[in-house]
Ligand binder design. Structure first.
Ligand SMILES: [Zn+2]
Length: 494
C-alpha cells in the first residue's frame, strides 16, 4: 500500500486541508446534509478522501458526538475497504457521456442496499459532456430522498452554471506549508522516521500545494532510510527536478522529435505530470502571445513567431482534450507534437520553400535596378519574420536597428538578403563589419541557414496617399515603419 493510502485521513478532524475541515464540520454540525455537494480544489488535495469520510459520517451506525464516523461499524468499514454497495464512486473523465448519465439516473431510483443513504461520488465532474450535464441536472432538481451526490472537480468554472447553482460548494484551497508539514509529521511519526524540521520545509515546498505529491516525494526520499536531513532532502529535490513548461517549449521549438520524446519520458519517470505540463505550456504561451500583440509584459518566447505560438497553443489544447482518452499519459501530447512538426515542416524552424510567382518589380517601386532576375525558387518566410529580426536586432544593438529603420528589405533568394538603404551614410555604416555581422548572425539564426546581407542605395518610399489626399501629420516614423513592414511582407510573403 502506498503511504498516501495508508495515511489517508479517516475522520473530518484528520483532514489536512483547513478550509475543507471547517466547511465539513459546519455541515455535519447543522445536522442537515445537502443532497448535492461540490468539492472543488487543486489535485492531490484530498477531495476524494473527504468525500469518503462524509459518506461514512452520513451512514455510520454509531457516529461520535460531533458527527464523526466511528470507523468500526459495518457501514464505515465497507467504505474504508472500498466495497460498500451504497457508496458509489465514478470517474466522469471515463463516464462522461449521455448514456452513462442515463444509467446513473435509473440506478439512483433504486433504494440503498444496506445503508440509510446512497452516496454517489462523481470525480472530475467538469469532464461531463454538456448533454450529460444537462441530463444530470434533472436528477439534481428532483433528487430521491435516499441519495446524496458529491461532485469533485479541479475546474469548477467548467461546470455548467445551472448544475453549479444546485450544489453546496466546499472549497479546498491549495495546501499551505504548515498544512503539508502537519501531514508529513503524521506520516514520519507513523513510520518512525527521524526527519529534520527543515527537511519537512524542503519537501513541503517541492510539493507545491499538493498533499499527495508531498507524500510521494518523501516516500521516494525515504526508500531504505530512516533519517532525513535538510541537505539530503535538498539534494534529492534538485536531482529530481522535472522539466518546466518553459524549458519544454524551448525543446519543442527546435523541432527535434527525438529530444521532444526523450524529455517527456524523463519527466514522467521523475514523477512529473503530463497534464500539468500541458496546462503550464498553454498558460506560458498565452502570456507570450499577449506580449507579442503588445498587451502584457515581457515575451518569454521571443524566438517564436506569432503564427507558431498560435498553432502551438491550438495543438496543446487538442492534446489536453484527448489526454483522458489515451492509455498512456504522454501519448496525446507526443502524437500532436509529431503532427505539428510535420505540418510546420522541415528542420529549419520558420521557413518553407515555395515557388515565387509574384512579379518582382512591384516590390521595388519602379526602380528597375532593384529588380533581380527571378522566377527561380524563392525562400518565402511566414509573416512576422522581419519583425522578429528587428526585435532581436534591437535587443543586441540599438544603432543597427535605427539604421534598419531607414532601409527596407528588397529581395531574398535564400542566401542573400538585398537591403535597400535610403542614405549613403547609413549604407556605409551598415556595411561596416561589426554592424553587418550582427544583422547577418540574427538573420542566420532566424532563417536557420547562413544569410548574407547586400546593401543597395535606394529611394525612400513615398508617403501613403489615401483617397487622393496625402496623409498629413507628423507621424513620419510611423508611416515609414508601415512602409517597411509592407515591403517586408511582399518580399517575405504574408
Ligand atoms: Zn461507523
Amino acid at each position: 500500500m502506498t503511504l498516501y493510502l495508508k495515511y489517508r485521513p479517516q475522520t473530518i478532524g484528520e483532514l489536512d486541508s483547513t478550509s475543507a475541515r471547517e466547511g465539513l464540520k459546519k455541515i455535519i454540525a447543522s445536522g442537515k446534509i445537502p443532497h448535492a455537494l461540490l468539492f472543488s480544489g487543486p489535485k492531490g488535495i484530498g477531495k476524494t478522501s473527504a468525500a469518503r469520510i462524509l459518506a461514512k459520517a452520513i451512514n455510520c451506525e454509531k457516529p461520535g458526538k460531533s458527527g464523526e464516523p466511528c470507523n468500526r461499524c459495518m457501514q464505515c468499514e465497507a467504505v474504508t475497504k472500498g466495497n460498500s454497495l451504497d457508496v458509489i464512486e465514478m470517474d466522469a473523465a471515463s463516464n462522461r457521456g449521455i448514456d452513462d448519465i442515463r444509467s446513473l439516473r435509473e440506478a439512483v431510483k433504486l433504494s440503498p442496499v444496506s445503508a440509510k443513504t446512497k452516496v454517489y461520488v462523481v470525480d472530475e465532474a467538469h469532464m461531463l459532456t454538456l448533454e450529460a450535464a444537462n441530463a444530470f441536472l434533472k436528477t439534481l432538481e428532483e433528487p430521491p430522498s435516499h441519495v446524496v451526490f458529491i461532485l469533485a472537480t479541479t475546474n469548477p468554472e467548467k461546470l455548467i452554471p445551472t448544475v453549479r447553482s444546485r450544489l453546496t460548494n466546499i472549497v479546498f484551497t491549495k495546501a499551505s506549508l504548515p498544512e503539508i508539514k502537519r501531514l508529513l509529521s503524521r506520516v514520519a511519526k507513523g513510520e518512525k522516521w527521524k526527519v529534520d524540521d527543515e527537511a519537512f520545509d524542503v519537501v513541503a515546498l517541492a510539493a507545491d500545494g499538493s498533499f499527495r505529491d508531498a507524500i510521494k516525494i518523501i516516500e521516494q526520499m525515504m526508500v531504505g532510510e530512516t533519517e532525513l536531513s535538510q541537505e539530503k532532502a535538498r539534494s534529492f529535490v534538485t536531482q529530481n527536478k522535472t522539466i518546466t513548461a518553459k524549458q519544454y517549449i524551448e525543446i519543442i521549438a527546435k523541432k527535434d522529435i527525438k529530444a521532444i520524446i526523450e524529455e517527456l519520458e524523463a519527466m514522467i519517470n521523475k514523477g512529473g505530470s503530463v497534464r500539468e505540463l500541458i496546462d503550464g505550456m498553454i498558460a506560458s504561451l498565452h502570456e507570450s502571445l499577449l506580449a507579442k500583440l503588445g498587451v502584457g509584459k515581457t515575451d518569454a518566447f521571443d524566438y517564436l513567431i506569432r503564427n507558431e505560438s498560435v498553432s502551438l497553443i491550438e495543438v496543446l489544447m487538442v492534446a489536453q482534450k484527448k489526454y483522458s482518452d489515451t492509455p498512456l499519459p504522454q501519448l496525446s501530447l507526443e502524437m500532436e507534437l509529431i503532427a505539428w512538426k510535420q505540418k510546420t515542416g522541415q528542420d529549419k524552424p520558420v521557413v518553407s520553400v515555395v515557388k515565387n510567382t509574384k512579379p518582382r518589380d512591384k516590390v521595388t517601386n519602379g526602380h528597375s535596378e532593384d529588380v533581380v532576375a527571378n522566377g527561380n525558387v524563392d525562400l518565402k518566410f511566414e509573416s512576422d519574420v522581419w519583425q522578429k529580426v528587428l526585435s532581436q536586432v534591437r535587443q543586441k544593438n540599438v544603432s543597427v536597428e535605427a539604421l534598419l529603420r531607414s532601409s527596407k528589405p528588397l529581395d531574398f533568394d535564400g542566401k542573400n538578403l538585398r537591403l535597400g538603404v535610403y542614405y549613403k551614410f547609413h549604407k556605409e555604416r551598415l556595411e561596416a563589419d561589426v554592424y553587418r555581422k550582427t544583422l547577418e548572425d540574427i538573420l542566420t539564426s532566424v532563417v536557420g541557414s547562413p544569410v548574407r546581407v547586400v546593401c543597395i542605395l535606394t529611394d525612400q518610399p513615398k508617403k501613403k496617399v489615401i483617397g487622393g489626399i496625402k496623409k498629413t501629420g507628423n507621424a513620419l516614423t510611423e508611416n515609414t515603419d508601415i512602409d517597411i513592414m509592407e515591403a517586408a511582407k511582399e518580399i517575405f510573403g504574408s
